[in-house]
Design a protein around this ligand. Sequence first.
Ligand code: PAF
Length: 222
Amino acid sequence: MLIIEGTAALRQQISDWRQAGDRIALVPTLGNLHGGHQSLMQLARRSADRVVVSVFVNPTQFGLGEDYENYPRTLESDRAKLMEVQVDALFTPPVSEVYPNGHEASTHVEVPGISDILCGAFRPGHFRGVATVVCKLLSMAQPDTAVFGEKDWQQRTVIRHMVEDPALPVDIQGAPTVREDDGLAMSSRNAYLSDEERRVATHLFRIMELASTRVRDGERPY
Ligand code: PAF
């Protein structure tokens, strides 16, 4: 597996692959990889000849008081997980490469409406940070396809708009949520849950399953 830090080197590698007729997939991540991420890479592998995974803890999507400083940076174990699913290249750009003018002065990408509801209502600026960094990573790698988890439904919708509105030439794919044995969706931040919170969190999945079964069976709330 190649390890690439700079955009120029990434573009050169991707251009060599493309000249050889290869189709390229990008899987953007924040690192601290788990089985859910590996399923994104497996989907990427099925739809492309070369899979590039970016690991970049993006400062602009973390709000004040969120966990940017403490977000787990686990590059060594991430590399091992990437090799298990035969990724071709790991892209780890430094902050200075993604935000060369500092992130305060940087151009932002805003997807109105969908960014401001649901999770966005509680995390002002979060989806602006996500849309901005994904736009930059797509521009750096110029992949044919990019894969995101359906677990983050709102994020995936923001990214779809960000790509479809300006007709960016990349196919966005969603990969199904991967769950622990007790139904909890796999997520890097599950590590923050206490035993009690971890137990309660599984109810969410069970309640959603139950509600969807009842609606499918014709039950209506009124
Ligand atoms: O879902 C994530 O891991 C991040 O929000 C993403 C899409 C890599 C952007 O930093």
